[in-house]
Design a binder for this molecule. Structure first.
Ligand SMILES: C[S@@+](CC[C@H](N)C(=O)[O-])C[C@H]1O[C@@H](n2cnc3c(N)ncnc32)[C@H](O)[C@@H]1O
Length: 220
């Protein structure tokens, strides 16, 4: 036993899922349908979806943002954590991929809470700020093009209320962040984000080794 995070081999991961995952039938069917997609690896892990939904419940989130929706699995977890009159604004550039999720959002009874905006997320965030949306959101989940993560961060910080959370996906990037041989632009962008967040006194911070690494930044 050591005092560092435990490594999960396959049996232990199965145990974790068997003893904690509460994935609805609708969530499971959407996840399984997406597993057949050529970009299936972009979908978050089920235990991460549940963790983010719990975070949203813990802070009483009513207004949330998602940057990078793909087939809508993470959006379904987040929307399910909202009260009936809550809102999740989803930003994506693909009509085709996000259309896969909509029937599942409807089956789960949360479609009314999801406001999908098909446009580059930077534009949508700018419009929300121009419309007076600063300080009005409780949580933002960032899971889109890595090169824009720092730009999304600054805009999300403005949009969040004090005590609100920005969650960043892929902050361990399959281990590449710690591998000096990896110098591609996406890896460098995530390293830059991680370094900036670590040094940023405007937020409370934790990089949680769930999924591909999930960083939680709490606006002070
Ligand atoms: C990693 S996937 C999101 C996965 C999703 N959160 C899930 O768990 O299923 C990234 C998504 O970001 C979208 N995306 C890429 N660049 C974007 C941009 N500039 N603005 C908005 N969305 C973008 C892609 O179309 C893709 O659907």
């Amino acid at each position: 036993m050591s005092n560092r995070t435990i490594a999960l081999d396959e049996p232990l991961y199965r145990y974790l899922l068997a003893h904690s995952l509460r994935e609805s039938d609708t969530l499971r069917r959407l996840r399984e349908q997406t597993m057949g997609h050529e970009w299936a690896r972009m979908q978050i892990a089920p235990e991460q979806g549940q963790f983010m939904a719990l975070l949203a419940e813990m802070i009483g989130a009513r207004r949330m943002l998602e940057i990078g929706t793909f087939t809508g699995y993470s959006a379904l977890w987040l929307a399910s954590a909202l009260p009936p009159d809550g809102t999740l604004i989803c930003c994506d550039i693909s009509e085709e991929w996000t259309a896969i999720g909509r029937p599942y959002w409807e089956q789960a009874g949360v479609a009314e809470r999801i406001d999908l905006r098909i446009a580059p997320a930077m534009e949508t965030l700018g419009q929300l700020l121009d419309a007076g949306g600063a300080h009005s959101f409780d949580l933002a989940f960032v899971d889109a093009d890595k090169e824009n993560y720092l730009g999304y961060y600054e805009r999300c910080l403005q949009l969040l209320r004090r005590g609100g959370l920005v969650l960043f996906d892929n902050t361990l990037w399959d281990g590449a962040v710690a591998d000096p041989r990896r110098q591609d632009t996406e890896t460098q962008a995530i390293r830059e984000l991680n370094e900036n967040l670590h040094a940023d006194s405007r937020i409370g911070l934790s990089l949680v080794p769930i999924g591909d690494g999930l960083t939680i930044a709490r606006k002070r």
